[in-house]
Design a protein. Sequence first.
Lengths: 222, 305
Amino acid sequence: MDTDQAPFLTTSTQGIDMIEGDITLPSNRTNSNELSTLDEPVLDTIKRDLGAVLRKFGYAVVPRHSSTLLQQWDLWGPLILVTTLAILLQSNATKSSAGAQFAEVFTLMLIGSIAVTVNSQLLGGKISFFQSVCVLGYCLLPLLLSAFVNNILLYIPTKSTISILHIIRFLVVMAAYAWTMYASVQFLGKTQQPNRRMLVLYPIFLFYFLIAWLIILHAHPK
Amino acid sequence: MFSNDGFLTGKASSSNSGQTHVFTSFPNSAVDPEDEHFGDQSSDTDKLVLPLPATAADAKPEQSYVWQIEYYQKYFQIDTQQVLERLAASVTPRPNKSYFDSTIRQNPDLYGPFWVCVTFIVTVGISGNIVNYFHLPDAEFQIDFSRITLSAILVCLYWWLMPTFIYFFFRWRLNRIEYTFLELLCLYGYSLAIFIPVSVLWIIPINWLQWTLTFIASLVSGSVLVVTFWPTINSDHKRLSAISMLVVLLAHLLMAVCIMFVFFHISDSNINPKSVTTLATTTLSSTSTLTATTISTTTVTPKAV
């Protein structure tokens, strides 16, 4: 045996040296906690996820610059919002067409989100697909609130085609639409270079306009 | 080879001293993106190479595939200012200067045409809904998605089929590719831009106004198309060039008229079909009685005279 291998061999005669360490990449806190959350009680998991969702709702309603909405995206909020909106927008539903109406709203939301996201990626935005869907879904909250208000206002009977109630409903939905646009511009506008920002924001404008339009046109549920 | 504390050093006393062994036959997923030796790999294995991750610092930019977003990004290299310029130029026919050569030819894009089509379909759908909303009582109103899908299919087919025809026409006639398919798509997409404000104006239920709007809009955007194609087609047989330009204009007009009729039918179809037939029969009967009475009076009066 070579003499320069001797130190290696001598240490090995004392037993194998255990090498300890972490092969995992340096990760942020959530990754390293992933394994440990398997053992926690279910209520803790639910509380934590629910807290995250509610916090994101807060960010959507009062838009302030924070990376939480983008970095830790989740799709629970969008799912809840879209489903609630689709249920609220059912009107004059016969037994057979109720499912179709729900599906129409849901499909519109889905295809709209996909189109907006793909568009922003194609224009060179640095945002991933699910992050964008997450932001678009969460920013829907003001429109959902206006749909609630709309539904309540619809219970007040009115005789004429255009009455003051129609105007109030229209204004409420338009205000919610402006709020939604402001929130999503705060989040999604920053991800794009300035000379293409309007190109990315225009499809978002169209998408939310369609949804606001569906809410305005919602007639009285029979 | 091994130093005193057990770690490998560069110094080795064996016969392998001084040589660094470079591994060349490793899978590409094992490549360290910062490794400068990677570029030495032979390029004939390019087809088998997996694309580098997007975060790779010196990734080869050309290697993108059909299923990747980056493949399509080259069709979207456009700024806001350019889109606005092209939109403005698509409604102003200028016989001397073809806007195509000055704007689109260097950089055809798909953003403008696609979103112009989508906006067109959306405004047609919304305007049709508004027309319905005023014709029906509040309780019976429903948003009809079937008309919207119909108009969407019509517009998208027009946007794709006309460039296909023109592309093959030029190819057959001139035996060269004067305009690439992408440029034609771009041209036709932007030419639909004028119909967006027109579709809002189509809500006004005055018959002659709707027809006038249709004619003017299709004439304006059709003439932009004709002006663009004219230098190419002019070198050809005079009659054929005139006929082909006329066909372009007529196709444009036909599309506009179809959309307008789908509009009209949007306004009629959500009304109870029974009422449509009663409406039709009452108008028919009233006109027939009117004509009958006029004929009878005209026949009667000479007799009276």
